[in-house]
Ligand binder design. Structure first.
Ligand code: ADP
Ligand code: MG
Length: 251
């Protein structure tokens, strides 16, 4: 008894909560099943590993700012399947695109699931220990113009360093020159190394129109779009999930 007490104190001071929390259960299990020393120790170390992984993923999810709600577990793959084929989504879900530093462009009419898919992919990336940062394109540029804001430096670092940057509602409005300069810096620095997902309600061919200078706009779009995986959906190909909510229980 005294030994267990002493052991627990050490586990606490060594910060091994996964071992500490599971110690009693594993001891009982080991006695009942006459586990060998090595098996017993391996189980406890695995407990510690699992708990640390879980904590790390929770931290990455919180830091991503994308919320916890929109995942592939809560995604109806049968809805708009033509626009978003299940096999394509499942391929993207492996997050190989993040390892390859490739981008994804998801464009199409409102309500069809673009943001849901982007967040679900972000979620998958966090589960694979990737740093994700989600923001509406508009609010990212607005926030990053306020250089005196507390948290400005932190946000800037996150935007540059994220393994996966999700810019929701890209090309939503006309951009200012200073915003375009900042966007160019971000995109150019990340190009080919880190991934970006863009979602937009506007057709890709209209995107250039939001840039005051077409040369700068072209340079940014070229980096973002060429070589990206594209899920480009026309109004005929997909329905809004929100509309169903008027009659069914979806929203
Ligand atoms: P978009 O970004 O294309 O405008 P959203 O991704 O915001 O659309 O989708 C609108 C709403 O419908 C959200 O609440 C989203 O979770 C839900 N939704 C869209 N498509 C699906 C789907 N296939 N399965 C489950 N929920 C969906
Ligand atoms: Mg959206």
């Amino acid at each position: 008894m005294e030994n267990v007490h002493h052991l627990k104190m050490n586990l606490r001071s060594l910060r091994l909560p996964g071992v500490l929390d599971n110690l009693e259960v594993r001891l009982t299990e080991a006695r009942e099943n006459q586990l060998g020393y090595l098996d017993f120790l391996s189980l406890l170390i695995q407990d510690e590993r699992s708990q640390r992984d879980c904590n790390q993923i929770q931290k990455l999810l919180r830091s991503s700012r994308m919320g916890l709600e929109k995942t592939f577990e809560g995604f109806d793959f049968g809805f708009n399947e033509k626009a978003f084929p299940k096999n394509v989504l499942n391929d993207l879900r492996t997050c190989d695109f993040v390892n390859l530093g490739k981008n994804i462009v998801i464009a199409g009419p409102p309500g069809i699931g673009k943001t849901h898919i982007a967040k679900a992919l972000g979620h998958e990336a966090c589960r694979r220990k990737k740093r994700v940062f989600f923001s509406k394109m508009n609010s990212m540029l607005t926030e990053l113009q306020k250089k005196t804001n507390i948290g400005y430096e932190r946000m800037l670092r996150k935007v540059f360093a994220a393994d996966l940057l999700i810019l929701d509602d890209f090309a939503f409005r006309k951009l200012q020159t200073n915003e375009v300069e900042l966007l160019y810096e971000i995109i150019d620095e990340r190009q080919g190394i880190k991934s970006t997902i863009l979602t937009s309600n506007r057709p890709v061919q209209d995107w250039l129109g939001v840039f005051p200078d077409p040369v700068m706009g072209g340079a940014i779009l070229d980096r973002l779009v060429s070589g990206a995986y594209k899920l480009i959906v026309s109004a005929k190909e997909a329905e809004s999930y929100r509309k169903e909510g008027l009659f069914g229980n979806k929203k």
